[in-house]
Design a protein around this ligand. Sequence first.
Ligand SMILES: [Zn+2]
Length: 245
Amino acid sequence: MLGAQVGSFFGVCIHRLPGGESVVWPRSHCPKCKAMLGPAELVPVLSYILLRGRCRHCGERISLFYPAMEVGVGLIFLLIVMGRGATVGTFNYLVLASLVVVAAGIDLGHGVIPDRLTLPWMVVGVAAGALGGLREVAMRMVGLFACGGLVFLIALLSRGGMGGGDVKLMALVGSFLGPWGGLASFMIACFIGAAVGIALMAAGLKRRKDEIPFGPFIAAGAIIVCISGTWVIRLVFPWLGQVGF
Ligand SMILES: [Zn+2]
């Protein structure tokens, strides 16, 4: 329920952040007739179904994007809590999943990832390591620089394949998941990215030279690690088990 509710808010963020608009003001309104939405119109998914996908005041169609975000984020939150347990530490993964979902949505629509979503939150990610002790803070710092540095190198060498937004997004993932979780996320992201790229080319939807934003794949990799944790990291780096990870 919490996931569906914040998913609704993330839909607003994805629409408003790229234009530098405030995400809290003005309140949610119909884009056509500007009517403010009342509490009964702000219940995730249910409102959309009851209103049959139309504005109550002018009948304008409401984009399916909103209920899709509500269902999607609701499911991601549910899977993370099921995978990690309902503990304080799980907040770490809920916050990271939230940030990468909004970043992926904006990257898909606009081809950029706003710094507001990455830079300040890296500090939060590293600082939140304090819950696990000083060693965890240090590991997250290493994660930040290892993941950001790796994508920075790839961006330099590939000239255009990945951009500064991807570097900062990956550094953010490292600051929350540490070096191994972060690098495992990146490997999974590359794997999914390659599979989707090949599928899009086979379907004739993209050509070899077309650019596909990489942010959504970074998000997918990070969310998979957030949900499944240690076993998926060991699957990517099998030798980690031997060194006591
Ligand atoms: Zn309306």
